[in-house]
Design a protein around this ligand. Structure first.
Ligand SMILES: Nc1nc2[nH]cnc2c(=O)[nH]1
Ligand SMILES: [Zn+2]
Length: 458
């Protein structure tokens, strides 16, 4: 797609490190036709680009009052196929939730027309929340999984798309027939993505054993082999729920631990994304660190289906790489902004048991949703921040006009109340705690506008 050179003028904010939120109130970012950042200035006037090299014709996009540019969110764990069940989980816990709510829904994706409606909706919705990259689980169905890849590509969302493998302890109506068929069908999805995006510029296949209980030893080993042979990333679940962990112990009696099951299969590598990690032992954390596998923290899900409180501070202190995942529909929300809030609140519950140092700050949670997520999906250096050479995966946030109680509510700006006396740090905190998709005015992936709200002047 032909893009313009574009100058994004206005405040920009991004995370430099876990606790260093860089706020530039008067910024200018130049983005080339290929969607890459070619210029970053901290003073819009002085930094104006020379009127040559094509920049004299550059398109200009300005933030609105109390607005700012922020990196797009990276959802490191989301089940696209479970989107119709977001908010529907009753009082279930993981294993009964899978049987009651999840497997019946996922099995319906043999109907491609239904898959198309749902996948189009979830990609449009996550883009509207500022999610520029998502690591998706689809279902076992090859045509529907390939369709999800097509939809991400045509709507412009950066995505990892995984066909789910599961060949035991699943309902007869919804499982792989054999190890061979699981590998063959996974390969078919890899081939499809190679066909539509040969260099995986936007869409990357991801090898997806559902979790240890639903895969035989043979299937785990075969997928481990495929992971090594192709160099493609892989994703799965780990230590989410205590009953699940007991089940893994009984199914893999010779393994030292849940993490060890994946390690034995060759599935614990720097390109592995492990979702949940709520109940890991110190020895498992050490093994995961040694292998440099990555963690997707899913706090909304862990609360909703009462799995537990993940010790994020401990994992960070021990040097594990952590990002955030909505885990729709164990998680009720497809909004990463809501997930950030949930991460902060779950950390406060951990703190009530283990001490104040467990608390995550606003800055830290934003880091996990951007830079942290980029590391989890192996795209650090390309996305998650605003530096020359990185790709313009970004959102434009608008917090609304200054207004007191006597003035009319600014409905377009949602719930964030700005009175004009706030520091930038306070405005960011207000966005995190009271904002929603109404504040996400426009979203770009690789420089392409992939979502905008009414009133956006771009
Ligand atoms: N949260 C969650 N955990 C799982 N473990 C195995 N499958 C799933 C799933 O679909 N969601
Ligand atoms: Zn999940």
């Amino acid at each position: 797609m032909a893009l313009h050179k574009t100058l994004y003028i206005g405040p920009f904010i991004h995370c430099k490190t876990l606790d260093d939120l860089d706020i530039c109130p008067n910024g200018l970012i130049g983005v080339d036709e290929d969607g890459k950042i070619s210029h970053v200035s901290r003073d819009a006037k002085e930094g104006l680009l020379p009127a040559q090299g094509g920049w004299e014709h550059a398109k200009i996009v300005r933030t609105e009052q109390h607005g700012f540019f922020f990196p797009g969110f990276i959802d490191t764990h989301i089940h696209a196929s479970q989107y119709p069940n977001a908010g529907v989980f009753g009082n279930s816990t993981l294993l009964d939730w899978l049987n009651t709510y999840t497997f019946p829904l996922e099995s319906s994706f043999k109907d491609l027309e239904r898959a198309s409606r749902i996948y189009n909706r979830v990609v449009a919705r996550t883009l509207s929340h500022g999610t520029t990259t998502a690591a998706y689980y689809a279902t076992v169905h090859v045509p529907a999984t390939n369709l999800l890849a097509d939809i991400c590509q045509s709507r412009g969302q950066r995505a990892f798309v995984g066909r789910v493998c599961m060949d035991r302890l699943s309902p007869d109506y919804y499982q792989d027939e054999s190890t061979e068929s699981a590998v063959r069908d996974t390969q078919a999805c890899i081939d499809h993505i190679k066909h539509i995006d040969p260099e995986f510029n936007l869409i990357t296949p991801i090898i997806t054993p559902r979790f240890a209980p639903s895969c035989t030893d043979e299937t785990l080993a075969a997928l481990g082999k495929l992971h090594h042979a192709t160099g493609l990333p892989c994703q799965t679940h780990i230590s989410e729920n205590l009953q699940e962990i007991s089940l893994v112990k009984s199914l893999f009696p010779t393994s030292d631990s849940y993490a060890h099951v994946y390690d034995t299969a060759g599935l614990l590598t720097p390109k592995t994304i492990l979702a949940h990690a709520v109940h890991l032992t110190p020895a498992e954390r050490h093994l995961i660190k040694t292998r440099d596998a990555k963690i997707s923290h899913c706090p909304a899900s862990n609360t909703a289906i009462t799995s537990g409180r993940a010790r994020v501070r401990t994992m960070l202190d021990e040097g594990l790489t952590v990002g955030l995942g909505t885990d729709v529909s164990g998680g009720y929300t497809s909004s990463m902004l809501t997930e950030i809030r949930e991460a902060i609140f779950v950390s406060r519950h951990v703190a009530m048991h283990e001490g104040d140092e467990a608390k995550l700050s606003v800055e830290e949670a934003l880091y996990l949703a951007t830079r942290g997520g980029a590391k989890v999906v192996g795209l650090e250096g390309r996305i998650g921040g605003f530096e020359v050479g990185m790709e313009w995966d970004a959102q434009m946030v608008r917090l609304g006009a200054v207004g007191g109680a006597e003035e009319r509510l600014d409905e377009r700006a949602g719930l964030v109340e700005v009175f004009g006396e706030e520091t930038w740090e306070e405005k960011v905190a207000k966005w995190v705690y009271t904002g929603d998709d109404r504040n996400t005015v426009a979203v770009w992936v690789k420089g392409r506008l992939v979502h905008s709200r009414e009133g956006f002047k771009g």
